[in-house]
Design a protein around this ligand. Structure first.
Ligand code: GRF
Length: 214
């Protein structure tokens, strides 16, 4: 299964995907990494000889023109699945229409709680004792698409947003490759606004503080 991964930042989820692929835990190939800025994650792709591109969105730019440009950039790599791994832009219009039900995002909270750019900080502020991450299909909203899988982690006494986010990221690094693998093998079928699992329904749902580090 051909993946195009969209990034904006460090790329620890991209690294976890590649580790899982290298170890035979994820039957997929990253064919391109595309960013909206000069993200550190792009260096991972360059060092592996994988195609990279930057499609910037600047203040005042036409958003729909940017969605079209991003769509055309991604289309050139013929992905089966588009993976948002720390991509900090809201997609819409032409892009979501073109790849509907074939875009997954990883979010650092148990949606529908705490959508948006500050999931771990918002969870700390709310005083929840359990948090985690969500892999979901992307629609035109902000972290609103159908939930595919979640992993839970505890919020520990003394946690701040950074320490909680670090623990959540351990869960992300296990969950995202597991979901991609489930899609690649057909265990998880992405099918419009609904989706179906075949076989072990719990195969991509992970719980608890003992998650593998990926
Ligand atoms: C992750 O926590 C992800 O949930 C959020 O952005 C972060 C990206 O981290 N959407 P990285 O760039 O993969 O390290």
């Amino acid at each position: 299964m051909r993946l195009v991964v969209l990034v904006s930042g460090r790329g620890s989820n991209l690294a976890a995907l590649w580790k899982a692929i290298d170890e035979g835990r994820c039957s997929a190939e990253v064919v391109a990494v595309v960013a909206d800025r000069d993200a550190p994650a792009l260096e991972q792709a360059s060092s592996r000889g994988v195609a990279t591109a930057i499609v910037p969105l600047r203040r005042g730019d036409d958003r729909e023109a940017w969605n079209v440009a991003l769509k055309e950039c991604v289309e050139a790599h013929r992905p089966d699945l588009v993976v948002l791994a720390g991509f900090m832009r809201v997609l819409g219009g032409a892009f979501v229409q073109r790849y509907r039900s074939r875009i997954v995002n990883v979010h650092p909270a148990l949606l529908p709680s705490f959508p948006g750019a500050h999931g771990p900080a918002d969870a700390i502020a709310a005083g929840v004792r359990l948090s985690g991450c969500t892999v979901h299909l992307v629609d035109e909203g902000v972290d609103t698409g159908p939930i595919l899988a979640q992993a839970a982690v505890r919020v520990l006494p003394g946690d701040d947003a950074a320490s909680l986010h670090a623990r959540i990221q351990r869960a992300e690094h296990a969950l995202l490759p597991a979901v991609v693998h489930a899609v690649a093998t057909g265990a998880l079928e992405l099918d419009g606004p609904t989706w179906r699992t075949h076989g072990d329904d719990d195969g991509v749902i992970l719980f608890g503080p003992d998650l593998p580090s990926g």
